[in-house]
Design a binder for this molecule. Structure first.
Ligand code: SAM
Length: 353
């Protein structure tokens, strides 16, 4: 029976799509006199072996709807096309790539429903992009849609935080279920996303990503593989939304607690967590939050586990019920006004990521 099933699966799998002969990406860049623009964070991957490996790390794309962010001249796009997706939407801000992308679209007209959106990913509603895809329940397997991209460095972390928020409300691409992502980040950012407690790279982004996703930092691509080469290496990361987030509270509350806590990464967490509370309540509520959460106030923020953060967030949520005005208390705004008044900068350092 298993053998029959395997045979059926095998016959259902189409061979990789053979693209008609196309000019190489190098030649197209030369033909259209396209030079990489720093303002669009353009670092191109033109080596087919590298783009094929990147796309394969996304898993099976055959028959599904893939959305590629920032296709540029289209090398990764070609690797995606060879995997036979049913539908491919590319979102590119730089209109100079339109002719090369149109060429790709026309080359696979009969087999792939290929849409080109010239626009800004930060302004794109991904629910519209995937419209028509089947919506899956959150606890089922991921839906037949996938987000992929060698992201522009300039927007990658903003985009990631926005997508995590969309995931938390099951909106945008996550209105369809647990939509998976295969993305590139600066290697250091990829390491932060995956860092566990006590690891050197542990920061706010680690807890945010791991609260909503299974994060796999798959491998790195050397900076010199890109044209032009960036100063850093690049990490390939896959993100699969969890069936249940670790902390099931409002995104903004979690983000605020983490932001405050990680602002003084090397100090006792008691010190940074205390910035959640206005001065008149600070001492009392700092003691209470650690007691309620059963977390040692003398460990450093990067040593706190995801589950200890869960308990801290719940304790903070309880304290907000008791003292509703602390929810809107913003230590940074207070501190900024102090700095402006005294022109003295203290050790309150921005350490967002
Ligand atoms: N995918 C191509 C590759 O790997 O060779 C290009 C990757 S390059 C790092 C990033 C691409 O994203 C560029 O083509 C750039 O024009 C595009 N881009 C930059 N900002 C964007 C934005 N806000 N929305 C959509 N595309 C953007």
């Amino acid at each position: 029976m298993a053998a029959v099933k395997n045979a059926l699966v095998k016959t259902a799998t189409r061979p990789p799509l053979r693209l008609p002969p196309l000019a190489g990406v190098h030649d197209l860049l030369r033909l259209y006199r396209i030079r990489a623009l720093k303002s669009f964070s353009q670092n191109f991957l033109l080596n087919e072996r590298i783009t094929d490996k990147f796309v394969k790390s996304a898993g099976k794309l055959e028959g599904i709807h893939v959305c590629e962010v920032g296709p540029g001249p289209g090398s990764i796009t070609r690797s995606i096309m060879r995997q036979n997706p049913a539908q491919l939407t590319v979102i590119e801000k730089d209109e100079r790539f339109l002719p090369t992308l149109e060429l790709l679209r026309d080359s696979c007209k009969s087999s792939i429903n290929f849409n080109i959106i010239t626009g800004d990913i930060l302004k794109t509603n991904l629910e519209d992009v995937f419209r028509g895809a089947t919506k899956c329940n959150w606890d089922e397997k991921p839906p037949s849609v996938h987000l992929i991209g060698n992201l522009p460095f300039s927007v990658s972390t903003i985009l990631l935080i926005r997508w995590l928020e969309a995931m938390s409300t099951k909106s945008g691409a996550w209105a369809y279920g647990r939509t998976r992502m295969t993305l590139t980040f600066q290697k250091e950012v990829a390491e932060r996303m995956a860092a566990r407690e006590a690891e050197e790279q542990r920061c706010r982004l680690s807890v945010m990503c791991q609260n909503w996703c299974k994060v796999d930092h798959k491998y790195n691509i050397l900076g010199k593989s890109f044209i032009p080469p960036p100063d850093v290496d690049v990490g390939v990361v896959t993100l699969t939304p969890l069936k249940e987030p670790i902390i099931k509270l409002d995104f903004k509350l979690i983000e605020k607690l983490l932001r405050n806590t990680f602002n003084m990464r090397q100090k006792y967490s008691r010190r940074s967590v205390s910035t959640l509370f206005p001065e008149d309540l600070r001492e009392d509520l700092t003691e209470r939050i650690f007691e309620m959460a059963d977390v040692d106030p003398l460990i450093r923020p990067y040593q706190i586990s995801n589950f200890e953060f869960k308990r801290l967030c719940h304790a903070y949520n309880e304290l907000i019920k008791e003292y509703p005005h602390i929810a809107s208390y913003d230590f940074r705004a207070y501190k900024t006004s102090q700095i402006i008044n005294t022109e003295k900068i203290t050790d309150y350092k921005e350490n967002l990521l």
